[in-house]
Every structure is written in C-alpha cells, then in structure tokens.
Design a protein around this ligand. Structure first.
Ligand SMILES: C[S@@+](CC[C@H](N)C(=O)[O-])C[C@H]1O[C@@H](n2cnc3c(N)ncnc32)[C@H](O)[C@@H]1O
Length: 286
C-alpha cells in the first residue's frame, strides 16, 4: 500500500485506497489456484450465508437510530438482505441494488418468507452508467454495507451514492475486510507478505479528506468458535484462493494444525476482524 500522510489531500487518499485494491487484486491473480467459472456468479457458493439471520448484524442499532418510518432507503450491494430486510421493517421502502443473481434469489426468498412487499430490486453494479442513473431514484438514506473493500474507484462510488441521497449516506465497514486471510498463514503458504484490502481506517481517511463531517459508531465482533479441520477449510479456503483437493489446500490444512490446533484436535481460527463500524454523513449538496 502507498504510504499516506496523516492529513492526505482527497487525491492522495483516493489514490492510496485504489493502490491497495489494485495491489490485492494483482497478488490474488498471480497466486490463486481457485478460479471462478468464466462468466459465473462470484457469490453462487456463499450467497446463503448472507440471508437475514445467518450472520450477526451487530450494527443494526445504529441503523435503527437513523431510520424514520416514512423513509425510502437504498441498500447498495444488498446481498441476501441481511440489512435490507430488517431495515424494511422500519421504513416505508427499501431499494436493493444487487448485481449477483444468487444474492438476489436469497434476498427475494427472505422477503417472501415474511410476505413483505415494500422493496424493489435493481439489478445493476454501482455506480450506475449514465443511462442507468436516470432509473435510480433519489432516496432518503443510502446504505453501503461491506461493499467498498474492493472498490478501486471509491470516489466514483461515493459520488454516485451522494447524488442519489437526500439525508444520510451510511457505510458499514470493519477494521479488516471480512475476506482477509491470516497474514502469517498467507506468508507461510505463499512466501510473501499479504497485500490486504483497504478497510475502515482507509475509508475514513478518504471521507475526511473529502471534507465530510461524519459520525462513527463501532461494534465489537465475536471471534470464531473452534471447529474441525474440514470445517475450517470450508470456511477459509476461498479466503486463501486455494482450490478444494489441491496441494495448496493440503498445505493450508497443515498450517492450520501447526498454528491453530487445539489439544482437543479442533482448530481455533484467529479473529479475522475485531470490530465493525457504522459511518454516516450528510451528502454534499447537489
Ligand atoms: C460481502 S457482500 C455484502 C452484502 C450485504 N451488504 C451485507 O453486508 O450482508 C457484498 C455484496 O455487494 C455486491 N456488490 C459488489 N460490488 C458491487 C457494486 N459495484 N455495486 C453493487 N453491488 C455490489 C455483491 O454482489 C455482494 O452481494
């Protein structure tokens, strides 16, 4: 990652954010043996994990404090509806922007399970193209939860969110991207230091450099429970980009045993992130 001064200009902060995303992408492309099917949906194997209730949503109290009953919210990168559904119980309508078909199917099933109809889905990748932008409404609140870690053009993403938001933009992001592998295991597996994705502090640096006056609330995240080696590999192999049954996966299993093996035979994986944060701000005047 580029070294960044303590008070970067907006250009410096945005360039450093982009550099971290690009470095991570280049490293993964060089080392990975897990390759998604051509033209496939990246989320197809993991979409079910994002259905409401499947993962903790410890940030909800901060969203409840922002939501008003007459609000229209837009959840950009809504996934399986982990936040879209509980927010829809509080506001008039939720527009879920989601380009993954697998995620959209999980979201639709979650809303159907409680016969909730106060939502719309937009199948598009943010920021919208000029022709798509005219079909995207201006809403009261935009929510961007766990989407910005690999956004190389974070400035364009935020500018479009602000352009479509009247009252509050809200970002949920953690101290580390939830996809982050353990740095020591990565080093041992690949013989080089991990290039991590940008996360909370990098995002806040961008927002501060853009001159936004933001509120931030942090929420501790529970660490993982001990699990069997098979389960640890199921949960972690994609984070190390190793294919099932590969030599790299066998080596990853050995490393998990050496570093995190318990006397019980279970694997105690370290926390991937320590806390999550809800960052919100008033969009710049249009
Ligand atoms: C890690 S999931 C987070 C889902 C949900 N927001 C949550 O926190 O549970 C990231 C989601 O963002 C979507 N996504 C990624 N890039 C996007 C983009 N440029 N525009 C819209 N959605 C995007 C992905 O398809 C995926 O569903």
């Amino acid at each position: 990652m580029c070294a960044m001064p303590l008070r970067p200009s907006a250009d410096e902060a945005i360039a450093a954010y982009r550099a971290a995303v690009v470095a991570n992408r280049a490293q993964v492309e060089r080392l990975r043996d897990l390759v998604p099917p051509a033209g496939g949906d990246f989320w197809v194997d993991r979409a079910a994990r994002f259905r409401p209730g499947a993962l903790d949503a410890e940030e909800m109290p901060a969203l409840e404090a922002i939501a008003l009953p007459d609000d229209v919210w837009m959840d950009i990168g809504a996934g399986g509806g982990r936040f879209a559904l509980p927010v829809a119980r509080l506001v008039a309508q939720v527009i879920a922007v989601e380009p993954s078909a697998a995620m959209r199917a999980v979201l639709a099933e979650a809303f159907a399970s409680e016969a909730r109809t106060n939502y719309e889905v937009l199948d598009l990748r943010w920021p919208p193209s000029p022709s798509e932008a005219s079909q995207v409404p201006v809403v009261d609140v935009s929510l961007i939860a766990n989407v910005l870690y690999d956004a190389a053009d974070v400035d364009a993403f935020l500018a479009a969110a602000e352009a479509h938001t009247r009252r509050r933009c809200v970002v949920i992001t953690s101290d580390r991207a939830p996809s982050t592998p353990d740095a020591d295991i990565w080093q041992a597996l690949y013989g080089e230091a991990l290039c991590p994705l940008p996360a909370l502090t990098d995002f806040v640096a961008v927002l501060g450099a853009l001159g936004r006056c933001y509120d931030i609330t942090t929420f501790p995240v529970r660490g993982p429970e001990p699990v069997t080696l098979d389960r640890a590999l199921d949960e972690m192999r994609w984070r190390y980009w190793v294919a099932p049954g590969s030599d790299a996966e066998a080596r990853l299993g050995e490393l998990f045993h050496q570093h995190f093996g318990q006397p019980s035979g279970l694997i105690q994986l370290p926390p991937r992130r320590n806390y999550s944060a809800v960052v919100s701000w008033e969009p710049a005047p249009r």
